[in-house]
Design a protein around this ligand. Structure first.
Ligand code: ADP
Ligand code: MG
Length: 233
């Protein structure tokens, strides 16, 4: 662990075709992230962090350059292959939790297993175990609006874990949480990274949150201006 590249980005450029402004949003980015790393991404609003995360997550494609995920050249893959690679490899966590509002916690967590074609009994069992892992064993039948923000984010993390991902991509996962709740969520990421070797990449505005990571990448205006220690957060 620690020396196998999971993510390799070479001379990546992104320009939004819909944008009237022809300036690229990401400019010639090259970066390698090894399996087992815990990386924080920081940078001003509009510097391209979410665009970069979306490309890493195979939710969007670069205009130029090469992206290799888990030894697969993403630019050579069609939509179905991309969806399969994404589902098998990546768990997503968002600032707004993105839970289905009318569906109990256990069924939110089981959703990726439903898409993977797993039967109801096994889905329920695995989703319940995942909720226990994130400290929500008592809340399996709760609806999202019956849970606090921190609890909802822990449901979202359990859901992200459903397909046993190698990689978790979290775009400002503590952005809607108070400091105490945010640090509880960060403790879960820390444990997943340490105990299960899951690679974690998270975007944050807060230095205190970045300090949970082992490596800091800073973006300014679509370019990497720092790649190294988190003391620079
Ligand atoms: P960050 O996450 O660092 O705040 P983003 O990646 O969201 O930055 O945005 C970077 C730049 O790209 C911004 O100028 C933003 O307005 C622009 N942008 C983001 N998404 C789109 C889109 N879908 N179409 C056109 N421009 C976009
Ligand atoms: Mg963003």
């Amino acid at each position: 662990m620690g020396s196998t590249p999971l993510i390799q980005v070479d001379h990546l450029t992104k320009r939004y075709e819909t944008s009237a402004d022809a300036t690229p949003v990401l400019k010639d980015i090259s970066l390698t992230i090894n399996s087992g790393e815990f990386v924080a991404i920081m940078g001003p609003s509009g510097s391209g962090k979410s665009t970069f995360m979306n490309i890493l997550g195979c939710l969007d494609t670069p205009t130029d350059g090469k992206y290799t995920l888990n030894n697969r050249d993403v630019s050579q893959m069609n939509v179905d292959e991309l969806a399969q690679l994404r589902n098998q490899t990546i768990g997503f966590v968002f600032q707004g939790f993105n839970l289905l509002k009318r569906v109990a916690a256990v069924d939110n967590v089981a959703l990726p297993l439903l898409y993977a074609g797993i039967g109801k009994a096994e889905r329920n069992q695995r989703a319940t175990e995942l909720l226990e892992q994130t400290g929500l064993g008592r809340f399996t039948q709760s609806l999202p609006n019956q849970l606090s923000g921190g609890q909802q984010q822990r449901v979202a993390i359990a859901r992200a874990l459903a397909n046993q991902p190698k990689l978790i991509l979290a775009d400002e996962p503590t952005g809607n949480l108070d400091t105490q709740t945010g640090s509880e969520v960060m403790d879960i990421f820390t444990r997943l990274n340490k105990e299960q070797g899951i690679t974690i990449i998270l975007v944050t505005h807060e230095a205190d949150i970045a300090h949970y990571a082992h490596r800091l990448v800073k973006f300014v205006d679509g370019k990497i201006v720092h790649d190294g220690g988190v003391q620079a957060a």
